[in-house]
Ligand binder design. Structure first.
Ligand code: PLP
Length: 228
């Protein structure tokens, strides 16, 4: 069912490379995250066989069900890219390698406590999700509160704050996302954060032009989720 993943991954990589070169960046500065929400564990394995190593999932519970079927893949890195409730922090830390959606000090502290228990001796990589448009979903910290949250996350000894993540409002025109991506980059620069998770199937090239270090791609790799 996922035979075409190899070819699609190659096409996406070529587009990532072209976008990076246009922006005077090195393609290796951009990590491709295959978004596998809703898809079965076989999709993760097929993407792994096609050479992909980074995977994005939106729901803790859904990924917990798939994890036994993918836990044996060496070098696979699983990113939580969906909203996380504080009461699921312990489970998220056990299941995921990176949490991209920290959006409150309370959640950061829960993750910190869980990381001390379940990832002893290493600092759990995290990103802060920033909400840049008022009409967008409830998740993400407003830009005005980002400074305080950066400070709170940096005060957590078991977390390593790597960067910022955002999701602009959906639009048919990828250029509509550009101001949001630019804003996220400016915020990351202001706080000295090296990583930027931004860009999805329809706007990842614009995101790369604006400095994305992680693009999160589902549909363009696996086809429409409804058909899965
Ligand atoms: C679903 C999802 C993606 C991938 O979206 P596509 O349009 O399928 O590429 C990326 N990021 C987040 C947070 C998502 O929920």
């Amino acid at each position: 069912m996922w035979e075409s993943i190899g070819q699609r991954a190659a096409e996406i990589r070529a587009r990532i490379e072209a976008a990076a070169r246009r922006a005077g960046r090195e393609p290796q500065q951009v990590t491709l995250i295959a978004v596998t929400k809703v898809l079965p564990a076989e999709a993760i394995r097929a993407a792994y066989d096609a050479g992909l190593r980074h995977f994005g999932e939106n729901y803790v519970q859904e990924f917990e069900r798939k994890l036994p079927a993918v836990a044996d893949l060496p070098g696979a890195c699983f990113h939580l890219i969906g909203h996380l409730q504080s009461n699921k922090a312990r489970r998220a830390v056990q299941a995921f390698d990176v949490i991209q959606t920290v959006d409150s000090g309370r959640l950061a502290r829960r993750l910190d406590e869980a990381a001390a228990v379940f990832k002893p001796g290493l600092r759990l990589p995290v990103m802060i999700e920033v909400k840049l448009s008022p009409e967008e979903t409830k998740s993400g910290v407003p830009a005005a509160e980002l400074g305080a949250l950066v400070e709170a996350v940096r005060a957590c000894p078991h977390l390593e704050l790597r960067g910022l993540m955002t999701m602009p409002p959906f639009s048919e025109d990828p250029e509509d996302s550009r101001p949001y991506f630019r804003k996220l980059r400016e915020l990351a620069e202001a706080f000295g954060l090296p990583e930027l998770s931004m860009g999805m199937s329809q706007d990842f090239e614009v995101a790369i032009e604006e400095g994305a270090t992680h693009v999160r791609i589902g549909t363009a790799l696996f086809g429409p989720r409804e058909a899965a």
